[in-house]
Design a protein around this ligand. Structure first.
Ligand code: FAD
Length: 464
């Protein structure tokens, strides 16, 4: 659980504790209901193995809730924590689901006959199918990069396989019919199944319809940095899109409330362009513009192989669909700040700095920014302008500068942090964004130097 506690330490522990308590309650809910009329004759181990199966199935149902990008689920703790939790719970649920048949086989080897899918009853065939599909999901997720599966292909198979796992497991439970004989047990599984289907309709139908009704449009494109395209978008002029100063972008219908598109500096949004609003894959990008001007938002995107490369071909007037804002990586409320970024990791930091400038904030700011060379510094012109508007000093660190470069050379590493920290303002918070290796080293070094984890905030682009 190492990955999770790194996040938890920096988020509100209370929010996370309530979140986990609610999750646990939902997961164990089927058990007390099954215990009301439990047949003691089946023995402790068989009942325990079935309990594991039920809890595992309930956890798989909740996996869908965690990736539904619903404001209510994500906002309290942040999307990256939710996705981290989603991954950890997948492993735990898989263990529980496989413990179910393994305990049965150990307790009574006659159960092994159920593995023969040619002769076994339908309920057993569904069980075997569900376990096989589950293994396929785990293998594809753990070895995605090694198997050279593109993110998009992985996401489609992941969604289809996950659905098939839950449906075949539910069929197994209903065909066994042992723990769903009582009306309250049937009611529970009907409610859970209905909620499951409802969630699917909400994520795959209602939300895209909402996004489609409130499209954004590309206003300008800037390609002045190697492999980085900066796009500025605004709400498309549609009948119900623009009322000045209020809602001008996608809305979230969570809990029956229409939510204006305001974002906190540092947050990100999921984007889709040149495809239908119903497209399965959206891509997360940090907003790099000021939160004081949500009517125009900017993203700076580094080209990889697919979507991020195709972004460079967008032209003004193209439609963009936005799902957001999300993320718990936001501007610390008060006190001096040291921003630490590398490459395109500067984007959320730019939004924080621009917002501070637009709010006339006078706190002391420092930016440690690593790049390859002078030509690859994303946001350079904005930073030069911000140095005039804020109490800000920018330290550019280049790993392969031109011969003319007079500034510091190298990488943002432990030695650099040790040298710079004593110069930072007393009581500074740290906002860090960039490649995992840089962030791990900076976070570790700051901790070694006695910086409390509550003032270290980070955003990782490698979420999946
Ligand atoms: C919170 C957050 C903020 C980000 N902000 C920025 C930003 O401001 N600028 C920027 O250039 N990049 C940002 N990224 C990274 C960006 O999302 C990926 O580089 C982009 O999605 C790659 O798309 P692709 O189709 O070109 O990827 P591919 O070339 O297919 O894959 C490259 C890698 O990108 C990741 N990736 C691909 N698709 C997705 C997806 N739909 N969701 C999540 N990750 C994906 C995968 O890890 C994959 O291995 C951010 C990522 C996160 C999680």
């Amino acid at each position: 659980m190492a990955g999770i506690d790194r996040f938890v330490r920096r988020r509100s522990r209370a929010a996370f504790a309530i979140w986990v308590a609610l999750y646990t309650l939902l997961v164990v809910l089927p058990l007390p209901l099954a215990l009301i009329r439990l047949d003691p004759g089946r023995g402790f181990w068989i009942n325990l193995s079935v309990a594991f199966g039920f809890v595992g199935l309930a956890m798989f149902g909740l996996q869908f809730v965690m990736v539904a990008r619903s404001f209510v689920v994500v906002h309290p703790v942040g999307m990256d924590l939710v996705l981290g939790f989603h991954r950890q719970m997948a492993y735990l649920a898989t263990l529980l689901v496989f413990a179910h048949p393994i305990i049965l086989f150990v307790v009574d080897t006659r159960f092994l006959g159920l593995l023969d899918v040619f002769t076994s009853p339908m309920r057993a065939k569904f069980a075997v199918a569900s376990c096989a599909l589950l293994l396929a999901i785990i293998v594809l997720s753990v070895f995605r990069r090694r198997l050279r599966v593109s993110y998009e292909a992985w996401q489609i198979t992941h969604a289809v396989l996950a659905l098939a796992v839950v449906v075949t497991a539910l069929a197994h439970v209903l065909l066994v019919g042992y723990y769903v004989r009582e009306w309250w047990e049937q009611a529970l599984w009907i409610v859970l199944s209905a909620a499951f289907v409802g969630l699917g309709v909400w994520v795959r139908l209602l939300k895209p319809v909402l996004r489609r009704r409130r499209p954004w449009v590309v206003e300008s494109i800037d390609r002045d940095i190697d492999a980085v395209t900066t796009i500025t978008i605004r709400p498309k002029q549609t009948a119900d899109a623009v009322r000045p100063g209020t809602h001008s972008g996608p809305a979230d219908l969570a809990g029956g409330l229409w939510r204006p598109f305001h974002f906190e500096p540092g947050q990100f949004a999921w984007l889709q362009a040149r495809r239908s609003a119903f497209a399965l894959t959206y891509h997360p990008f940090s907003i790099s513009s000021s939160a004081e001007h949500p009517e125009h938002i900017r993203f700076s995107i580094k080209a990889h192989e697919n979507f991020s490369r195709d972004i460079a071909e967008l032209v003004p007037g193209d439609t963009v669909y936005v799902d957001g804002p999300f993320g718990a990586f936001v501007l610390p409320p008060a006190g001096p700040i040291v921003f630490v970024g590398t490459g395109v990791g500067v984007t959320p930091l730019l939004s924080m700095l621009e917002t501070l400038a637009d709010r006339g904030d006078t706190r002391r700011c420092e930016l440690w920014l690593g790049n390859r060379d002078e030509r690859s510094i994303a946001g350079r012109s904005q930073l030069e302008a911000l140095e005039q508007r804020l109490d800000l000093s920018v330290v550019h660190l280049l790993s392969r500068p031109s011969a003319e470069w007079q500034g510091p050379k190298g990488h943002i590493d432990a030695a650099f942090v040790r040298a710079r920290l004593p110069l930072a303002a007393e009581g500074s918070s740290f906002c860090i964004c960039g490649p995992d290796a840089m962030m791990d080293e900076v976070e570790r070094t700051l901790a070694d130097l006695g910086v409390h984890h509550d003032v270290i905030h980070s955003e990782r682009f490698g979420m999946v």
